[in-house]
Design a protein around this ligand. Structure first.
Ligand code: ADP
Ligand code: ZN
Length: 602
């Protein structure tokens, strides 16, 4: 029998374990139960795949992501692992073949959709085979909030009663203490060993920029930092998803939309193109992305504010799973704050309180002058001993300024409108009054006779919007749910009375251009290669694309970008040398080795 490290080297072609993997794998190999919290891209799959290969019997993997099972199984087969799946998309012949292989002990791994476990025939089938372990992927699906799969996942606790001697390993990237506790108790894993990996994703560069012209900002970001790269652009609404996808396509950037309003066939086609093609962008609502384990997503861009830090972390975590540099970029502005403050006022009391907490944490992340990564990790209860050096605030520390007087001007305008006129207005009107603009609306309401009319010409329109945004974020100002009118809060009074200083961060006049390592303004990819290796890499990519197409699998199933880059850089001249490259295991070496050497020699 192979040891875990031998399986890692031989089958997967990797040299060493990542943080946490070895301990988890050894624990499960010995028959222990485990609950694993590891960030997206941390390497959770190996934590059950290797034990399944080492222990006798078939590893049964429960995964809700039916649409991805085929790809997961293809990726394993490409490594020479005997894998199969059972879900509702299959024909009867295929299902019977997989069942026979399972019973006959001819599988290493069997992927199962959770709803299968509620069917008696599945349980009878499982009873006829020899099971090495149960892996419960995306284990946060048992949690109470907002998941479709919950009833099926609750049935999972029954597995342990039927197969008490089979070890169980539950895995998730959702890490807050509340979710952790809930998974543990609902899956009956309180006695299991809990593994909590570091949540840092050092290769992801975080950047949050003030939103002025989102489309232009997005375009500039893509053109200067990620030309030709695959990535995800998140928007809040279906209509903005459609618009942005069209806008990118019009500008010559390959992009497709994805949201719950599209029919299932279109969604599946767009997802499949994203996985299979190089350099495609998906513009999506948060309906997209769970379980997408495409390793070479080079950026995740948010054009609207995520609802919570957890959401932000999950979504940005989809970038850079292969460990190569990737960017999490977000443009965020006043309207985001207004909209979220309004949304946060819907629903029952408990819901509202939760929403407000989530939103405040998210806003604090956006407005911080400190290291974004430090703050993110702190949210998950983890410490970083020093600023990361790979986020926007570390690289260009924002200036803060004393905005007490401008804040007083905004607040007193809101106050006067209400006191003197019994009126409430949104940000546009307030700023027009401060700037002394005689617009039709200003004249119609006689706002040019207010004492504050024209007292704010020291700042421009954009700056005033920035001030209002930050006052909202700090709770020094509030919005009314119905019309988005600005109103004072309890804290406003202290500012108006001069008893509280207001410090704001200065928004960069233009979005920061690119991170220092990227340099210059010219178009260049996020991950650079030595000059002589670049054309070789392109040749290898072309070979990979053709091979993937021929086999009907995503390109990364053949080799990851990281592996191709290493091959291009090292230029191995023999199979033995090629076999040393990370990501080239026994099976792939046998299958593609000669072809790769040929592509290198040509
Ligand atoms: P997760 O499920 O935690 O998001 P995956 O299991 O998909 O992460 O792993 C992320 C990527 O890292 C995959 O492409 C995987 O092949 C790679 N990977 C995992 N473990 C290692 C390792 N020990 N060495 C090199 N690459 C690894
Ligand atoms: Zn930082």
């Amino acid at each position: 029998m192979d040891t875990p490290i031998e399986v890692l080297n031989r089958v997967f072609g990797y040299d060493s374990f990542r943080e946490g993997q070895q301990e988890i794998i050894e624990h499960v190999v010995k028959g222990g139960d485990a609950l694993v919290l590891m960030p997206t891209g941390g390497g959770k799959s190996l934590c059950y795949q290797i034990p399944a290969l080492v222990r006798p019997g078939v590893g049964v993997v429960i995964s809700p992501l039916i649409a991805l099972m085929q790809d997961q199984v293809d990726a394993l087969r490409a490594l020479g692992v005997r894998a199969g799946f059972l879900n509702s998309t299959q024909g009867i012949d295929e299902r019977q073949a997989v069942e026979a292989a399972f019973v006959g002990g001819e599988l290493d791994l069997l992927y199962l959709a959770p709803e299968r476990l509620r069917v008696d025939s599945t349980l009878r089938l499982l009873a006829r085979g020899d099971i090495s372990l149960f892996a419960i992927d995306e284990a946060h699906c048992v949690s109470q909030w907002g998941h479709d799969f919950r009833p099926d996942y609750l049935a999972l606790s029954g597995l342990h009663e039927r197969w008490p001697e089979v070890p169980r390993i539950a895995l998730t990237a959702t890490a807050t203490p509340a979710t952790h506790a809930e998974i543990s108790s609902r899956l009956g894993l309180d006695q299991a060993r809990h593994f909590v990996a570091g949540f840092d994703r050092p290769n992801i560069h975080y950047r949050i920029t003030a939103k002025s012209e989102p489309k232009r900002q997005l375009l500039e970001f893509l053109r200067t930092e990620h030309p030709g790269d695959a990535g995800i652009v998140y928007c809040l609404s279906r209509s903005s998803v459609e618009k942005i996808a069209e806008f990118l396509a019009d500008n010559g950037i390959p992009a497709v939309p994805y949201h719950a309003g599209l029919d299932a066939a279109t969604r599946a086609a767009h997802q499949s193109r994203f996985l299979r093609e190089d350099g495609l962008i998906v513009v999506a609502t948060i309906a997209f992305g769970m379980g997408i384990d495409k390793p070479d997503v080079r950026f995740v861009a948010h054009l609207d504010l995520p609802k919570s830090v957890e959401g932000y972390y999950q979504e940005t975590g989809r970038a850079g799973r292969d460990g190569l540099p990737a960017t999490a970029w977000m443009a965020y502005g006043l309207q985001d704050v207004v909209q979220h403050r309004r949304l946060a006022l819907e629903g029952d009391e408990a819901h509202r309180r939760r929403q407000v907490l989530h939103l405040d944490a998210m806003l604090a992340l956006c407005e911080t002058a400190g290291c974004r990564r430090v703050m993110l990790l702190d949210y998950f209860g983890q410490q970083l001993d020093k600023p990361c050096g790979n986020c926007d605030t570390c690289q260009a520390p924002p200036e803060s300024w004393d905005a007490t007087v401008p804040a007083q001007k905004v607040l007193s305008t809101v106050l006067r409108l209400f006191r003197e006129r019994r009126q409430k207005f949104g940000v546009g009107q307030i700023v027009d009054i401060l700037l002394g603009k005689k617009t039709a609306k200003v004249l119609q309401h006689g706002h040019d006779s207010l004492k504050v009319f024209g007292v704010g010409t020291e700042l421009g329109n954009t700056e005033w919007h920035g001030v209002v945004r930050q006052l909202l974020a700090q709770g020094l100002l509030a919005v009314e749910p119905a019309h988005g009118a600005l109103v004072l809060t309890d804290a406003s009074a202290d500012v108006l009375r001069g008893q509280r200083e207001v410090r704001l961060r200065r928004d960069a006049p233009r979005p920061a251009r690119s991170r220092p390592s990227g340099g210059g303004g010219s178009a260049r990819p996020a991950v650079e290669l030595p000059a002589e290796a670049a054309p070789v890499f392109e040749r290898l990519r072309a070979w990979r694309a053709a091979t993937a197409k021929e086999q009907g699998v995503p390109a990364y199933v053949i080799f990851h970008d990281a592996t191709l880059r290493e091959i291009a850089t090292l230029a191995p001249s023999s199979l033995a040398e090629l076999g040393k490259v990370s990501g080239v295991g026994e099976n792939k070496l046998a299958k593609y080795g000669e072809q790769v050497l040929e592509a290198l020699a040509s």
